[in-house]
Design a protein. Structure first.
Length: 260
């Protein structure tokens, strides 16, 4: 998947460079889609490649031993697609709604066997029965299907021939369809649970290119969850997994291609 995604991004970048050269090669050519941005409402779709990982805040006792972090995240690359609805506010501001579907598969690695030293309990944590962690216990493959609904305010500059730069920012409502949040099983049964309903903020920048029939926009977007996605393990589960983390939050960087 990583090699395929990188090849796709390289190919897309080459195509964009060719398109951009065609756009700027002649200074006295006609502007294209001159009235497109005067529409009150417009529509389109987008494709994107993602780089996702987790931001982890560790529990001071169960998540670290000395200077060593006992829980680590391994990033992944994935893809997604969505629709675009744009509302023109004025010459420099647009409001965009871009619902999409994102697919992800990440890893969390738990090297938490050393938590056995707290099996007798502490002043703030109850005792537990230690178990020997197998390699399967130490790695959680977390698959996610995310319904992402961002609302973005776009600020763009003046059009220069057949291009226009912009920046955008806003908030996202994100539903994780594979969260397992309602499962009665937890990490003792190899089930990692996270929250279903999430909120995030996003920032984006890109350049809009105008062609005879459509507008193409390559962009970079960062999306960062604001809420804690962690769902605690059951009370009888040893503190090898969810208890070793205080906060778990998704962060993503996306390369987006928009067609309008």
């Amino acid at each position: 998947m990583n090699k395929f995604l990188l090849r796709a991004l390289v190919l897309a970048s080459v195509n964009i460079a060719v398109f951009a050269d065609a756009q700027f090669r002649t200074r006295n050519r006609m502007d294209k889609l001159e009235d497109f941005d005067e529409q009150k409402f417009s529509w389109g779709f987008y494709l994107n490649g993602n780089r996702l990982d987790y931001r982890i805040v560790l529990h001071p006792r169960y998540g670290a031993e000395g200077n060593q972090n006992l829980v680590k995240s391994r990033e992944s690359y994935s893809f997604g697609a969505g629709l675009i609805a744009k509302w023109r506010l004025n010459d420099h501001l647009d409001l965009r709604l871009e619902p999409g579907l994102q697919f992800a598969q990440r890893q969390l690695i738990f090297n938490t066997q050393s938590n056995d030293q707290y099996a007798a309990g502490t002043l703030t944590n109850p005792p537990f029965f230690p178990i020997a962690l197998t390699e399967k216990d130490k790695v959680r493959e977390i698959k996610s299907t995310l319904v992402d609904i961002p609302v973005l305010l776009e600020l763009h500059g003046n059009r220069w021939y057949n291009s226009r730069p912009y920046i955008a920012g806003g908030v996202n409502y994100i539903v994780n369809l594979q969260s397992n949040s309602d499962s009665v099983d937890d990490n003792m049964q190899q089930v990692f649970r996270s929250t279903t309903h999430n909120f995030a903020w996003s920032a984006e920048m890109g350049i809009q290119f105008y062609f005879n029939k459509f507008k193409l926009t390559p962009a970079i977007r960062g999306t960062f969850f604001m809420n804690n996605e962690k769902v605690a393990d059951n009370a009888t589960t040893p503190p090898y997994w969810a208890t070793a983390m205080s906060t778990l939050q998704t962060r993503a960087v996306m390369f987006v291609l928009k067609f309008e």
